[in-house]
Design a protein around this ligand. Structure first.
Ligand SMILES: [Zn+2]
Length: 270
């Protein structure tokens, strides 16, 4: 069906436009982040800024297939409370906040939704919200997404990575700092960037873009001296541009998968 409304920003549409866009079967992308400490060199909005940028660029590449919701700014990060800055939403409130958003979208006729997350500790909760959306609306397809996690994207990370493994790419690290440098270099204080891989060493629990097999989230001040986990001193804008491009390619692939996902009827075998 040809696109009737030449817009993809949800908040800038009128209600008749939203009605018409929903009928086009577009995929709604909901960027989700959090505000929390990202070392002494990055703004606390890093997770929001990065995922918003990836989602915005994706929608600009394929506006006729997408709708972009405003970013969900506040997420789940109580373990960061020892550092100034984090705004924490309780885990159950956060999950329900997300399912209230997806439920509203469903009410308006949207049937394909991506919850695009940029904050690690949101992951199980965003996943739960996506599951609940389908449980509560079986006719709808909703998934979670975290950037740069597909095998192709991880190959791109490997191709440019200079920091050590594990630990060099976890938080306010080579990866996140590079992307922020590509997006808004005037907000990155590289003179304050400091390598910090001070979490206890373990073969089972380690945080990295290539995570360890086990997971144990302790209070951040017991894992990091600076708020950073990784090596931001190796970050460059050039790496950031490459990573952003890979993330947009990845998300376009996910949009197309979600858009064409077959919805099979349920079968009751009682
Ligand atoms: Zn982050």
């Amino acid at each position: 069906m040809p696109t009737l409304v030449a817009k993809h920003n949800y908040a800038q549409m009128t209600w008749p436009e939203i009605r018409d866009v929903a009928k086009e079967g577009r995929v709604v992308i909901v960027p989700i982040g959090t505000l929390e400490d990202h070392g002494p060199h990055l703004p606390i909005d890093t997770d929001c800024r990065i995922i918003e940028e990836i989602c915005r660029r994706t929608c600009e590449r394929i506006p006729e297939r997408t709708v972009l919701l405003p970013t969900v700014t506040h997420g789940y990060s109580p373990h960061h409370g020892d550092f100034p800055g984090s705004i924490n939403i309780g885990w159950d409130t956060f999950v329900r906040h997300l399912t209230d958003i997806t439920g509203s979208l469903v009410q308006h006729g949207f049937e394909r939704i991506i919850l695009a997350n940029g904050h690690g500790s949101n992951m199980p909760l965003v996943n739960m919200a996506a599951r609940l959306t389908i449980v509560e609306h079986p006719e709808v397809r909703c998934c979670d997404y975290f950037y740069l996690y597909t095998p192709a994207a991880k190959d791109v990370i490997r191709s440019l990575r200079e920091s050590e493994f594990p630990g060099g790419m976890a938080h306010a690290c080579e990866l996140e700092t590079s992307i922020y440098l590509a997006v808004a270099p005037e907000l990155v204080q590289m003179d304050k960037a400091e390598k910090d891989i001070s979490a206890p060493q373990s073969d089972y629990f380690y945080m990295d873009w290539f995570d360890g097999p086990g997971s144990m989230m302790e209070y951040w001040s017991t894992l990091s001296r600076t708020g950073t986990m990784g090596d931001p001193t190796l970050a460059t804008a050039e790496k950031g541009h490459t990573l952003l491009e890979a993330a947009v390619d990845e998300l376009i692939m996910v949009v197309d998968e979600v858009k064409r996902r077959e919805i099979r009827p349920r079968v009751d075998y009682h």
